[in-house]
Design a protein around this ligand. Structure first.
Ligand SMILES: Cc1ncc(COP(=O)(O)O)c(C=O)c1O
Length: 400
């Protein structure tokens, strides 16, 4: 018998080698208690959270929590069914109304996760004989959506407008084409040149889908994302997003002005063949989305945090993923996995939690300490974060 697990041997070996150094397992952290969007108890110690996607700090918003509790009381703990049969409650429709208002778009479809939104929309609209043209650093859910739909995949160099244009021009003019882009790329926290990319896509007859998972709520005047910030939201055919980041709960969605959009509710398998979100979750999501429409003060504070942390880390001598702060994510580049894991552990001992990201999730085989800021981080906390980075960086020898 061939052991079907033998293909994992190199990964098992790499993991065992890393843990043999005595370092704490970076992928097994337990938060014993969560005190606020920015503080939790980890390993018995009060820890500043700098590695969540809680960009707008909505998880402890009192209106959001009250809406969830009320829905739990009135509608029960779960729907036990699919959106198309017994799983659409009033709360799901209210959530879709909130999204339509948030984006000023005609249609909104709520999925059980953002992963399923990408999987469902991409696989359903781009099938055999169609082309999906995507940035090579796209999220796994985008790649999986392409694989499930059987479209031809054409990847282009990260954020390279010319490469995108070249690929588009080589494709048969009459073929169906979907260009898939992200607003913010989550590993380095860099923003896509959507304006130029959407222009070349339209010139070459392609529809455009933008995943705004890491920009919704924060980037753009109304928090609609990078397409809004660059003035091209009306040219985007489909926006994908998630409730697991700025919205502060779980779920995914697609919004669109396409006149035939509603048919997707009958043909999109990751929408049809799975249970819908629990009533308490859609109630928290709808409340959070409506509050994010009025979040401009929080957005301004989060930009301030991002600028202060970026400058502070650069001044300390760390190598960062972007020259300027472009989003709420700041990636600190580590020399290799071993030193990255040591630095991650040293920060945790200092009472600071960040994400350790490594290949294959990262571009160019990089090991990163990914810091994601929250609008609820105070400027004093950002100062404290910098002190902890300095102490840990000197102890491990990453900075002098
Ligand atoms: C760009 C992007 N798209 C989609 C997703 C999936 O979202 P969810 O966590 O809701 O499944 C993520 C999650 O990290 C993401 O980074």
């Amino acid at each position: 018998m061939t052991d079907l697990f033998s293909k994992f041997d190199p990964l098992i070996q790499q993991r065992e080698t890393l843990l043999a150094t005595g370092v704490t397992d970076p992928y097994n952290l337990v938060m014993e208690k969560v005190i606020s969007p920015t503080v939790a108890i980890c390993n018995g110690r009060e820890t500043i959270l700098l590695g969540t996607y809680n960009y707008m700090g909505m998880t402890f918003d009192e209106d959001v929590i009250a809406a969830g509790k009320d829905a739990l009381d009135k509608f029960g703990s779960g729907t036990t069914g699919s959106r198309v049969l017994n799983g659409t409650y009033q709360g799901h429709k209210e959530c879709e109304e909130a999204l339509k208002e948030f984006y000023a778009m005609d249609h909104a479809m709520v999925f059980s996760t953002g992963y399923q939104a990408n999987l469902g929309i991409i696989s359903t609209i781009a099938g055999k004989g169609d082309y999906v043209i995507l940035d090579i650093d796209s999220h796994a859910s985008i790649y999986d959506g392409c694989a499930m739909g059987n479209a031809e995949i054409v990847a282009f160099r990260h954020n390279d407008v010319e490469a995108l244009e070249k690929r588009l021009k080589r494709l048969p003019p009459e073929a169906g084409k979907l260009v898939v882009l992200e607003g913010v790329y989550s590993m380095l926290g860099d923003v896509a040149p959507l304006k130029e990319m959407i222009r070349v896509s339209k010139e070459n007859g392609a529809m455009v889908l933008v995943d705004e998972a890491h920009s919704m709520g924060f980037i753009g005047e109304n928090g609609r994302g990078v397409a809004e910030a660059q003035g091209v939201i009306d040219d985007v055919d489909f926006i994908i997003g998630t409730f697991s980041k700025s919205v502060g709960t779980v779920g995914g969605f697609c919004v669109s002005n396409h006149p035939k959009f509603e048919i997707l509710r009958l043909v999109c398998r990751p929408y049809v063949f799975t249970a819908s979100l629990p009533p308490s979750v859609v109630a928290t999501a709808a409340t959070s989305i409506r509050k994010l429409m009025h979040g401009s003060n929080k957005r301004a504070h989060l930009w301030e945090n991002s600028k202060v942390l970026h400058k502070g880390l650069r001044d300390l001598g760390f190598t960062l993923g972007t020259d300027e702060p472009q989003s709420a994510i700041i990636a600190v580049i580590m020399p290799d996995l071993e030193q990255g894991a040591m630095m991650w552990e040293a920060l945790l001992e200092e009472g600071l939690y960040v994400n350790l990201a490594r290949p294959p999730a990262t571009p160019a085989n990089m090991t990163l300490l990914r810091c994601s800021l929250c609008a609820e981080h105070t400027i004093e906390q950002v100062g404290e974060i910098l002190c902890r980075f300095e102490r840990a960086g000197k102890r491990i020898g990453i900075i002098g």
